[in-house]
Write a protein that binds this ligand. Sequence first.
Ligand code: BTN
Length: 290
Amino acid sequence: MKAPGEKRTSMTPFTDPCSPGLFPEDLQPLAAFRDESVHYRFCLYDTVGSTNDTALRLAREGAPHGTVVIADSQQDGRGRRGRSWHSPPGVNIYMSIILKPGEIAFHPSLVTLSASLAAAEAVSLDLFPRAGTSAWPKWPNDVYCRGRKLGGILTEAVFAGDRIGFLVTGIGLNVNMQAADIPEDFRDGTTSVCIETGEPVERARVVRNTLGAFTRYYSLLFSDPSAVVADWCSVSRTIGSYVKAVTPQGILYGTAEGLDENGFLRLRRDDGEELSLSAAEIVHLRDHDG
Ligand code: BTN
């Protein structure tokens, strides 16, 4: 993927460390995924510890902007706040995109919002026609459907001095996982595309649709970041909800009014005070049918 504003005529040479031959059938179509405007380069793995860790290593070793690490399973999938990410083989999407944008004029949180918006949009293409429901991005980094978690984003930034050297955006999407595949503790709060529709989906198509939408939103960050924030707010059920926010400073209650230009949550507390939250765990208290 060409970084907006970047003058690059050819891809940086990079030795492929991957073994595509080991790859399952419903991901094989990715080998033929090409787009004139998009220069994604796939590194496909049977299994890794974490695709984010592999992508961070490859980026340090010189992998170019637009390299996408995909694994069929993860042994040590990571979520936010040190949580683990359940990553069984053969069913879900675990991918991490290497981004080397150069200097950026927007907050890196907006990359996470672009990814959650893109992923929600992509899975909705399969969800809506079959189940009459859509997925939506939940602040700060989730993808939800009918009140249950369908995916999550983990963006990690590596700094070179005081500037961002590169970013890795990890996307985990529950695609063909069945309820029985989900650990009991998480079963109530977790869903997948297949649980919602009753039909399996080709994972390569969901990857393509997610990357297609991500490219659009990521490019927009360079010309009009407020448009990404506006699009995100227009589909997220977080906005307008009465929420409980668990922050490092304590628990807050209030209405999620919107996001600021950095992607931080604008929370109006019951006493009328408005706060901007950069990080929190959000529980939607007002009923929603999303
Ligand atoms: C979260 O909801 O806390 C974020 C979950 C992110 C999971 C994805 S799966 C692909 C990538 N590799 C990881 O180890 N984590 C992310």
